[in-house]
Structures are given as C-alpha cells and as structure tokens.
Design a protein around this ligand. Structure first.
Ligand SMILES: Nc1nc2c(ncn2[C@@H]2O[C@H](COP(=O)(O)OP(=O)(O)OP(=O)(O)O)[C@@H](O)[C@H]2O)c(=O)[nH]1
Length: 344
C-alpha cells in the first residue's frame, strides 16, 4: 500500500504531460511486475490511425532504448490488430500476444469519443484479478490528471493548445531539432531540396467582425471551431497548432524546407477558402510566416510573422506572405536593436 501511495503522490505532483507519462508507467511497471510498460500516442493522419511510443520502461525500472523522435507519425494501427478492434468498439481494454512471446494488455484512455493515449503492458504470466483492478485504478487517476493538465494547456472553444504553452513548445521544438536534425519518412520532403528549418505562421480570419455582426457569435464560434479542425488536419502531427485568442491562430512547423512550408501553408489557406461554412458560406484567412531561429526570442519571431500578416491584410487578404521574402524584396524593413526588432 505504501508503494501505491508513493506512486500516486508522484503522479499527481506533475504539471507536465511527459513527466506524468513517465510516472504512470513507473507505477504500473513496479506494482504489476510487468516485463515492459509503454505509453502509446495514437494520432490520426489523413483519417488513418498511427501508434507511436511516447514513454517506455522495462523490468527493474530500466528505460527502454530511445526511439527516433520524428520518424513520421509512427506505426500504422494495423500493426496492432487487437488494439485497432478495441478502439473501433470503444472498448476499455484489449489483449494479445506479441512476437516476442509476451502477452500484451492495452488500456486506451478515453476522453469522450477519442482515445489519443493508450497504456501497453507486456507480461509473461496472466494478470491476477487483483493486479488488473489496481492497474485500472491507476489508469483512472492518470486519465483524470491528464484531463486536468489538458484543461490548463488547451483553449476551451477549439481544443487547440493555448498561448500559455507556446514558449515552452517552441523551446522544445528547437531543442529536439538540434539533437535530431534528420527526419526521414516525411512525405512533404521527398524529392525536395533546400535547407530544412522550423517555421512559425500566424493565421488570422479575414473580416471576422463582419461574420459575428451578420450571423451572431454562435456562428462566429462555429467558424473558429471549423478552422481549428482544418488546421489540425492540414498540418502534421509533429507540428503544433495554437489558438492565441480571438480569431488568431499560430502554427509551429517542424523541420521542412521553405518551399514545403510555403506549400503546406498555402494548401491550408486554399482548404479554408474552399470550405463551406454552414450558414456563413465562404471564409478566408490571411497568413504571415517566418523562419524560427534559436538566436531570436519568441517575441521577435512572432513579431516577424505578425508583420508579414499585416502586409497580407493590407494587400488584399486571403493570401500567404513570407517575412524574409518581404524583407529581401524591400517591402518590409527591420531594424534590430539589442533583443528586439522594430519594423517600418
Ligand atoms: N465569435 C467569436 N468572436 C470573437 C472571439 N474572439 C474575438 N472575436 C471577435 O473577432 C473580431 C475581430 O475583429 P477585428 O480584429 O476587427 O478583425 P476582422 O474583422 O477579422 O478584420 P481583419 O482582421 O482586418 O480582416 C471582433 O469582432 C471580436 O469580437 C470568439 O471567441 N468568438
């Protein structure tokens, strides 16, 4: 019992998803005597589900060997047929046998209709009912705590990440790409040339005040939710999408060439333009984007993308503008003083 309490205190002391993942697998691993425990992330890309290991621990508390962080969205769900069937049936657990001869128990963490996290426990003997009962209890605490973390990190209208998490996500992206500059397997980069970099785009709905004024705030809110959905389906799982408030969204695009970044962002702009918004009809967005560098503070980088966005707004709207190209073309000027930049 002491051990269980100690793990509960540890789990609920975290304010960070990554640390929470590690503490839940440590608890399950130690208390159930499993051979290996993993937290799996489940993501949807172009209506296909993919599974990726987010954290893993082996018997004796030994961390599993690191997996490459960015080898695409992960393994197709078909690699896990029992889990696939379990998700389709909205069930709370699935069991199967791995190629290594170990039994597998999968426990998806459901939030309403979605389960984007799943615990996987590998063990060589069947679980006793007591062990299963205890693991289910840990999973419930994990789910509640994830919910709480999500609540503080996400925008309540759209479910996107909120402004509060931006600086941290940006720092993580820069750190991860420093450590792992090569990302094989991404469709967008196949056959492309040019240096890969990180990009930040600011997306703003055009004439949104008119949408609210003509159709009311409820339809305005619906437009924001649909744009958030389009953002999530247009960008890759490695990218990060935020709602900064009002009708402004920010996207961090990870490791791609300028040509690809422009193409992906342009594709999203077109997706919005061609989407039929119920009652409202057509809605368009203007977008400014810029390269991200560890040398610039988040405020400076956001300022660059904002300047490109204002340029797009002032020059017809429903368009994508690249800050560096505008500066190179003499259409924007930047004067850098210390850590900040001023624009004209
Ligand atoms: N429905 C709804 N409206 C919001 C929300 N947050 C901000 N707004 C509205 O968004 C509108 C933003 O209007 P403006 O900043 O004038 O910009 P705009 O009309 O989009 O014009 P341009 O950006 O110049 O194309 C305001 O009317 C705000 O009240 C929200 O959460 N829901």
């Amino acid at each position: 019992m002491d051990s269980l309490l100690r793990h509960m205190v540890d789990m609920t002391g975290h304010r960070d998803h990554a640390m929470l993942d590690i503490s839940v697998i440590s608890a399950v691993q130690e208390l159930s005597g499993a051979n290996q425990t993993r937290v799996l992330g489940i993501s949807s890309v172009a209506d296909q589900l993919f599974v990726r290991s987010r954290a893993c621990i082996q018997a004796g508390g030994v961390a599993c060997p690191e997996e490459p962080q960015d080898s695409g969205p992960g393994e197709p769900i078909a690699t896990y047929p029992e889990l696939e069937a379990c998700l389709r049936q909205h069930a709370t657990r699935a069991e199967g046998m791995g190629q290594d001869g170990l039994r597998r128990l999968w426990l998806p963490i459901w939030f309403g209709e979605r389960a984007d996290t799943c615990l996987e426990i590998a063990h060589d003997t069947p679980f006793t009912p007591e062990a299963l009962y205890m693991v289910s209890g840990i999973v419930s605490v994990y789910r509640n705590f994830q919910n709480l973390l999500d609540y503080s990190e996400r925008d309540s209208l759209t479910g996107l990440l909120n402004r509060k998490t931006f600086d941290d996500q940006l720092a993580r992206m820069l750190l991860a790409t420093d450590a792992d500059p090569v990302m094989p397997g991404l469709a967008e980069r196949r056959g492309q040339h040019g240096a890969e970099a990180q990009w930040l785009a600011v997306v703003d709905v055009d004439h949104f005040k008119t949408v609210n004024d003509r159709f009311g705030h409820l339809y305005g809110d619906e437009v924001l939710i649909l744009i958030a959905n389009l953002l999530q389906s247009s960008f890759r799982t490695q990218d990060r999408v935020f709602r900064f408030g009002g009708e402004e969204f920010v996207v961090l695009l990870r490791s791609t060439t300028l040509e690809n970044a422009r193409r992906i962002i342009e594709r999203f702009r077109l997706d919005v333009e061609s989407h039929h918004f119920p009652q409202v009809g057509q809605v368009t967005v203007s977008i400014g984007f810029t390269g991200v560098s560890a040398a610039d503070s988040p405020v400076v980088t956001l300022g660059h993308a904002d300047q490109a966005l204002y340029f797009a707004k002032a020059n017809g709207r429903n368009r994508v503008c690249h800050y560096e190209a505008l500066v190179d073309g003499g259409l924007l000027q930047t004067v850098t003083t210390n850590d900040t930049a001023e624009f004209f």
